[in-house]
Structure formats: C-alpha cells, structure tokens
Design a protein around this ligand. Structure first.
Ligand code: GTP
Ligand code: MG
Length: 178
C-alpha cells in the first residue's frame, strides 16, 4: 500500500517506573537477562500504522534509580503520552505508581491532566509461571479506574507478550490526543 501521501506524526512517549521493572527491556528488540541500569534517559523510535496514519513513536526510556534520574521539567514538556510500568511480582513498584503519576503531572506542566493519556503496564507476568505474582490484575485495574480509567496491559518483555499490542494502543491514544 502506498502510504507516502498520508499524514505522518511524531509522538513523544515517556516511560516511567521504578528501577528494574523492565522499562529498557520493553523498548529493546532483543531481551537480555543481564541488568544494566539506565543512566539519564535514552530513546528509540518505533514506526507504527494507526488507521490511515503513519505514526512515529519517540519512546523515552528513563532511569528508575533516583541517583541516575536528573531529568528536569524541560524533558517532560511536549510529551504526548506517559507509560507507567510496574513489576507484578514486586508490590513496592506498584505502590510507587502514585508518585510517578503525580511527578509527571507536576513536571510536564499539563494544561488538562485529566485528559492527558497515561497507560499502565504490569510487566514480568512470565516469572515463575505467575506463581510469584504479588499484585492481582483486579488491583491494577482498580488503580487505573481511580486515576481516570487508564488503559492497562499485562506484559512480558522476556517473552514478547502483549508488548506490541500495548505500544499500538499508546500510539492510538497519543495520536487522538494530538
Ligand atoms: P532502570 O533502568 O534501573 O530504571 O531499570 P529498567 O526498568 O529499565 O529495568 P530493565 O529493563 O533493565 O530490567 C531489569 C531486569 O529485569 C533485567 O535483568 C531484565 O532482564 C529483567 N526483566 C525485564 N523485563 C522482564 C520480563 O518481562 N520478564 C522477566 N522474567 N524478566 C524481565
Ligand atoms: Mg532501564
């Protein structure tokens, strides 16, 4: 199909969440067991087709460790979507979602934060066949409902489960918000 005449859009997406939840792994094409903390921030671009539009997602992967995260408000400004990530096997990473959410709202200087698109990912659902899970899907969905009905996806960066679906949804809601 010839899509060269169609509208192209560049959307800025910010990934936030505690250290070790799998933000970098979700962005990378190839999964690595080896953990290397992100320092500062780095981005990848993903090209996706949303309906008849070609969308380029510029996905910013940030550091979960506070001592590596020195991003200022200027970094968050102009974001089209914020993707929050937690690890379903580590309750603390779920409890800190409120902080990440509030911090983003504060830093990004949003006109209307109730309309701003956030997406929540519950990652590492593969671990131990789901037997070491600490946060239920129901709890996660309740949190999403309390924060204005965020879309929720359960993912495994390791197995590539639901990752493309999640980012396609990110592209959709971010381009609707544009
Ligand atoms: P920071 O850069 O410190 O903020 O961490 P991060 O959120 O980028 O985490 P990262 O992607 O580096 O992953 C941390 C560790 O978890 C690594 O050892 C990954 O291999 C592992 N990991 C990430 N995603 C998954 C997953 O879906 N399943 C399993 N089993 N392990 C994962
Ligand atoms: Mg990282």
């Amino acid at each position: 199909m010839d899509i060269s005449h169609k509208k192209r859009t560049l959307l800025k997406v910010i990934l936030l969440g505690d250290s070790g939840v799998g933000k970098t792994s979700l962005m990378n094409q190839k999964f690595s067991q080896h953990y290397k903390a992100t320092i500062g921030a780095d981005f990848v671009t993903k090209e996706l087709q949303v309906d008849d539009k070609l969308v380029t997602l510029q996905i910013w992967d940030t550091a979960g460790q506070e001592r590596f995260n020195s991003l200022g408000a200027a970094f968050y400004r102009g974001a089209d979507c914020c993707v929050l990530v937690y690890d379903v096997n580590a309750h603390k990473t779920f409890d800190t979602l409120n902080n990440w959410h509030d911090e983003f709202i504060k830093q990004a200087d949003l006109n209307d934060h109730e309309a701003f698109p956030f997406v929540l990912l519950g990652n590492k659902v593969d671990v131990d066949g789901g037997n070491s899970r600490k946060v239920t899907e129901k709890k996660a969905r309740e949190w999403c409902a309390s924060r204005g009905n965020l879309p929720y996806f359960e993912t495994s960066a390791k197995e590539g489960y639901n990752v493309d679906e999640a980012f396609l949804n990110v592209a959709k809601i971010a381009s609707e918000n544009e």
